[in-house]
Design a protein around this ligand. Structure first.
Ligand SMILES: NC(=O)c1ccc[n+]([C@@H]2O[C@H](COP(=O)([O-])OP(=O)(O)OC[C@H]3O[C@@H](n4cnc5c(N)ncnc54)[C@H](OP(=O)(O)O)[C@@H]3O)[C@@H](O)[C@H]2O)c1
Length: 265
């Protein structure tokens, strides 16, 4: 695989209004990458765009979208690629979770998680891959999670959605590797962002394996450059995923119930 070039390439970053998406945008702009930023909160995107234009001298385009809505990934892709822009890197980062017993969380919330975390990610990857393959270069970073490695009671839909993202990404890595296109599943452990407020998962203070958003994004970009299919930032988090490979699944799921109840305040 050819060495990856950042400068003067275009990247589409979903969920750029906060947390990991915002840091992805900053890190890519520092590398000279032009950006298409999306999320629902347009004022935040506009503010970030003007900051990155000033500080890094890159081009930044903002297209707000609600990725839980039917047809939005396709509309976003056509706006992102207008005026002949070629998207070399897709960061499928937008996502949300909801903590609670499955039957007590509103069905609309479960469906929103599936539409954003899985549906929009799949739709954008499906649109991005053909032109990347035709050019013989390009890449996708999909945000999975360490929740992808085992079921998580009280975050059941979120963990199942992230298992889908990890599985899809690893399959797409194999399908596209020989065509010169990279696909990475980035699997963070707990990271302090707005995710905890939105999902109701409580403070991350003192959490096992805690990493900053900057550490997570740097680990993701470095693994992407090396052409990896997945990465789990942080030794403790990697160790936790190794345990999932040897423990019987039923015992693992029971253990996760205790972990979430005791340690996720
Ligand atoms: N933080 C963690 O502990 C952690 C761990 C593992 C994996 N992850 C994953 O990392 C990714 C980024 O999360 P984060 O931690 O940075 O959380 P965050 O700070 O809450 O950011 C989530 C981003 O997704 C966007 N988003 C949510 N719903 C959307 C929708 N319907 N349409 C368009 N954009 C939407 C939000 O923008 P708007 O609200 O402005 O639309 C926001 O920019 C997610 O996929 C998450 O599952 C996070």
């Amino acid at each position: 695989m050819k060495p990856w070039i950042w400068r003067d390439r275009w990247a589409l970053v979903t969920g750029a209004s906060s947390g990991l998406g915002r840091v992805f945008a900053e890190r890519l702009a520092e590398r000279g990458c032009h950006l298409v930023l999306t999320a629902r909160r347009v004022e935040r995107l506009d503010q970030l765009a003007s900051q990155l234009r000033d500080s890094c001298g890159v081009q930044v385009v903002v297209h707000p979208a609600d990725l839980s809505q039917e047809g939005e990934p396709a509309r976003l892709w056509s706006l992102a690629t207008e005026e002949g822009r070629q998207i070399h890197l897709l960061i499928n980062n937008a996502g949300l979770g909801a903590r609670g017993l499955f039957h007590e969380v509103e069905i609309q919330r479960h469906l929103e998680i599936l539409r954003v975390n899985c549906g929009a990610l799949t739709g954008l990857a499906h649109l991005a891959l053909p032109p990347m393959r035709a050019r013989g270069e390009g890449g996708i970073i999909n945000l999975a999670s360490i929740a992808a490695f085992q079921p998580v009671p009280t975050l059941a839909t979120y963990a199942a959605a992230k298992a889908y993202v990890l599985s899809l990404s690893e399959a797409l890595w194999i399908e596209n590797h020989n065509a010169g296109v990279r696909v990475l599943a980035l699997c963070p452990g707990r990271t302090p962002t707005e995710f905890q407020r939105v999902a109701g998962t409580g403070s991350t203070e003192g959490a096992f394996g805690l990493r900053s958003p900057e550490q997570v994004v740097d680990a993701g970009l470095s693994a992407f450059e090396q052409g990896a299919s997945s990465v789990v930032p942080g030794l403790e988090n990697r160790a936790a995923t190794w345990v999932t490979r040897i423990m019987p699944r039923s015992a693992l799921t029971r253990a996760m119930k205790t972990v979430v109840r005791k340690f996720w305040k």
